[in-house]
Structure formats: structure tokens, C-alpha cells
Design a protein around this ligand. Sequence first.
Ligand SMILES: Cc1cc2nc3c(=O)[nH]c(=O)nc-3n(C[C@H](O)[C@H](O)[C@H](O)COP(=O)(O)O)c2cc1C
Length: 315
Amino acid sequence: MKILGICGSLQRTSGNLMLLNHADSCTPPDVEFVLFDGIRELPHFNPDIDREGTPESVTRWRRALTDSDAVLIASPEYGFSLPGVLKNGIDWVIGSGELEGKVVAITAAVPAPERGRRGLQALRDTLSAVRATIVGGEPIAKGPEFGRYVAELVRSLVAEAANRWMSDIVIRPALQSERSSLEALQWRASLANSGDRDSLLTNPDAIALPVGQIADGHVLVAQRDGVMIGFAAVLPRPDGDAELDALFVEPRLWKRGVGRLLVEHCADVARGRASRILHVIGNPHAERFYLACAFKATGAVETRFGVGLAMQRGL
Ligand SMILES: Cc1cc2nc3c(=O)[nH]c(=O)nc-3n(C[C@H](O)[C@H](O)[C@H](O)COP(=O)(O)O)c2cc1C
């Protein structure tokens, strides 16, 4: 996940810039915080300029917003409103859409809690033009609690952005035409796992998704923004139970909840077939993941690639 930090103040000794630097220092390790310093370079908004050829500074601004999952704006109040430079930056993306529906945390570093509120209200009003989801919205007063409030705001922003990210995932049956893309994804996921890497390289034929599993609708794909990000296969067993036969997620998106979402969908499919138990032969390195998905270990089984964990989950 990437958070874009934007400061509404241009001055070198800005308290709002200090707030953003603090936010950077308390951002979780798996979240990237990038400060965008380019709003000072944007020309005054004028649709004519856009029509005649978008300036590089505007392209950079739009790309920075597109590349981020969430935004944190810390801004002073000037003249009972938001600073002109920040309003100008937002004006440049109202028509082009890069802020549309984005998760945006807003705050102001202030000398006292009653300050900065009109500026934040004006910022909120402007952001409503792009239907941004606002997080926070309170000024943060300099003082002993400053760091704690900034950390709290970052936590809320990351949680909201993670929810938004997950809600944009679509789970659907795989298509026959996607077989090679699914196998390529399986390769990437398996090679990224140091425990599987060697045995896979010596047994490359292990990566083969049976055509019949796709044809019978047993393979579910997780897709986001039109891109495949994971898949799972849930097979009926002769005893009426169900088997989670494959579960792979794009390695750069591990630990975001995609695997768990796929497991839940597989459980729903199995329930729909009146199965009472979902089985999996889990890779030992994934034991904690399966336990967190409500599976229980029932024993160990010998597989072609070594010992696997037999696990079950009631449905
Ligand atoms: C021209 C000007 C107008 C200001 N207007 C307001 C205002 O309307 N309300 C307010 O609370 N503070 C106002 N301030 C104070 C700033 O919000 C304050 O200096 C803020 O800390 C600046 O943010 P920075 O430290 O990030 O640069 C104003 C400051 C200046 C220089």
C-alpha cells in the first residue's frame, strides 16, 4: 500500500511538513509513505493549458495520485480557508479524476486545538467535489500528545484504505482462456516461497492446472482493477466434503487479506454444494495462515514434495 503525503504549506519550517514527516516515521513497515512536494510547481489552473498540452508538473501530480492507495493532507488555514496552492492542486484533478473517490485523511498542525478548523472545513468541502472518503478531519495541536494523534490518524487511514482496497476485489470463476495466466501466477507465487522453490525447480511439472477444474467451475479468480491477483480451486470429494486444492496470491500482494478472501469464497461454494467439511493439505510454512482461516490441523501426510499438513474446517 502506498500513502501520498501532501503539505498545504510551502514554507521550509512548516509545522504541517513536520506532521507529515512524523506520519512517515509511524507508518507500518509494509506501507510506503511518499511525500509529494510538487504542488508548488503547478501553474494556476486553467483548462486552456490542459487542452494545449498538459505541463509536466501536472502530469507528475496526477500520476502521484493515481499511484497511491490513499492520501494524507496536512494543511494550514489561511484567511479562514485552505491555502490557494492546495486548492489549485485539487482544481487540476477535479476534471481528470485522479482524486475521485479516494480515501483522504486531512488534518492541520496548529498551535491550539481551536485553530485551523475553518481551513479543514473548506478543504472538506472542496474534496466533496471529488467524492473523497474523508478520514480524520480534526486539527492536531502541537504539544505532548501530538505524536500520538498523528499515529492514530495514520492507523485510521491505513485501515480505511485497506478496507477500500479489499472492497474493490471481485471473485469470479476462471475462464478456460486464462489457464496459462493462472499457471504463471502459480509459478510466481511458488517461486517467491523459499520453502517451495527448490522442490518446484526440480519438479516443474507440478505447476499444471487441470483443464477440467476450470471447465467445471471449480477455480475462482480474485481480480482487482481488471488484473488477476490470485486464485483458488475448491473441488468436490467423493465423500461429499470439499477440498481446497490450490490457493495462490500474487507475491507483491501477500499479507493483504486476498488469500483469506479466497478461502471464504471457497467455503461459500462448498457450503452451496452441501459439503460439511473443507479439507486442505497445507504447506507447513502456511500453517499460521490456515489456522487464522479457522482450519484445524488433523495430522501430517506424505506428499510428492515432502510432508504436508492435513487440515479441516467445518462449514
Ligand atoms: C497570511 C496568513 C493568513 C493566515 N490565516 C489564518 C487563519 O485564517 N486562521 C488560522 O487559524 N491561522 C491563520 N494563519 C496562521 C497559519 O495557519 C499558521 O501560521 C500555520 O501554522 C502555518 O502552517 P505551517 O507551519 O505548516 O506553514 C495565517 C497565516 C498567514 C501567514
